[in-house]
Design a protein around this ligand. Structure first.
Ligand SMILES: [Zn+2]
Ligand SMILES: [Zn+2]
Length: 191
């Protein structure tokens, strides 16, 4: 289970305490126990949302955007896959969604400016997420995609339009001239 210090640290990292972050805490805690922690790239996360939950996951699992072992797919789903490089162990966790149903109904009955009651309901949601059985919150299945490749370091090339350096894999040649992505987009728009 999460310690109060872990909860406090995640909240400090994220900036506020919210139900979304709490879902992420449960995931991060579970993955840490099932997969270990990624000091380097041992564990890879592939998340299908960019909501609050992913901050808790980065903080608790050591899978971070900057290390390249935290991959975002913009699908708008509360789905999270994890892979362990050493043995290929993998999982996909999907939020079931029913857990907060009654509290959300209650929340919908409240006036928009009833901040006091809204705050109480959010607190109830957080407590419910913290205390529920893991499998009541998440459906657990094998990952549906292959393990992502390790993050590679690429050389940089200068864009001939803006003069800025960009990773070679993000440079494209148009009419014999090297373009970075934003510069290429600009010529697409103007042509
Ligand atoms: Zn939040
Ligand atoms: Zn450019």
């Amino acid at each position: 289970m999460l310690t109060q210090k872990q909860i406090d640290d995640v909240v400090a990292f994220h900036g506020h305490h919210c139900p979304g972050l709490t879902f992420g805490m449960r995931i991060g805690d579970w993955v840490f126990r099932e997969f270990g922690r990624a000091e380097d790239e041992e564990i890879v996360a592939v998340v299908e949302t960019d909501m609050c939950s992913v901050d808790a996951i980065q903080f608790l699992t050591g899978c971070t955007f900057g290390k390249g072992n935290f991959i975002f797919l913009d699908y708008g789903k509360n789905a999270y896959s994890f892979f362990r490089r050493s043995d290929g162990k993998n999982v996909r966790l999907v939020t079931r969604g029913g857990l907060l149903y009654h509290l959300r109904e209650e929340q919908n009955q409240l006036a928009k400016d009833d901040f006091e009651e809204r705050k109480k309901i959010r607190q109830k949601m957080i407590e419910k997420i913290l205390s529920a059985d893991f499998e009541e919150i998440f459906a657990i299945s094998p990952a549906q995609i292959p393990m992502p490749e390790t993050a590679k370091i690429h050389t940089s090339i200068r864009c001939e339009q803006c003069g800025e350096m960009a990773m070679s894999t993000r440079i494209e040649t148009v009419n014999g001239k090297l373009f970075c992505i934003p510069c290429r987009k600009k010529i697409e728009i103007s042509s």
